[in-house]
Write a protein that binds this ligand. Structure first.
Ligand SMILES: [Zn+2]
Length: 225
């Protein structure tokens, strides 16, 4: 997709929540600064935003906010930008020769919309068919959490989770469905409180309609937020 370098076009793109790439767009110098240096710079940036909005940062309640937000950005909600935080790829041999579908459902998703920097809250459901290798169940939660802790587009998050598990498990037979609310849609803009967004990625055998149906029957989407 090509866009004119017109700020209004990019504004519309973000409001429609259209992502442009499967990989998180990163700068080549993304890790030149260490976390402490990043926190130091972001702290000043947050203070600048707050002061520009007219807030009095000498007030005791606001004084600590720039530092708190900077630490939260770097260490927590955007901590998954750092490849060093990627969960280790420990797998096990499938001793029981369990060749059926394994489904891990209702994995909590806390992410951040990269167009508005507001929360995305939802559930991920993952399935795979082992070709001899299995992962611990908590590994799937950790993979979701790692990719969720970035500025995200829900479609990209869904694809990144599937690609990572395909690599770890050595099989294409992996699927993921995410059902999530975007606070930028629910609390501002169109202010649609009820709506949620469902995205899916079906790899390998999950492109077969019967296998896909089996997975979707297991999860019977009825997400409680
Ligand atoms: Zn948004």
């Amino acid at each position: 997709m090509a866009f004119d370098s017109n700020i209004e076009d990019f504004d519309a793109l973000g409001n429609d929540h259209i992502g442009t790439s499967e990989n998180t767009p990163m700068r080549s110098d993304a890790f030149k600064l260490n976390n402490e240096e990043k926190i130091d710079i972001i702290k000043d940036d947050v203070r600048h935003i707050m002061e520009t909005l007219g807030l009095d940062l000498t007030d005791d309640s606001l004084k600590g906010t720039p530092n708190r937000v900077a630490k939260m950005f770097v260490n927590e909600i955007f901590g998954g930008l750092n490849p060093g935080k990627k969960p280790s790829a420990s797998t096990f041999d499938n001793k029981y020769k369990y060749g059926e579908m394994l489904v891990e459902k209702n994995i909590t998703v806390y992410s951040t919309c990269e167009h508005h920097l507001l929360p995305i809250v939802g559930r991920a459901h993952i399935a795979y068919i082992s070709n001899g290798t299995v992962v611990g169940l908590s590994k799937m939660n950790r993979i979701v959490d790692y990719f969720a802790k970035r500025p995200q587009v829900q479609e990209r998050l869904t694809i990144q989770v599937v690609r990572e598990l395909q690599e770890v498990l050595g099989t294409k037979d992996v699927a993921c469905v995410i059902d999530a609310k975007h606070l930028c849609v629910n609390s501002r803009g169109i202010r649609d409180i009820e709506s949620s967004t469902v995205t899916s990625e079906f790899g390998g055998k999950f492109q077969d309609m019967e296998t896909r149906r089996e997975f979707l029957d297991y999860i019977k989407l009825d997400t409680k937020f």
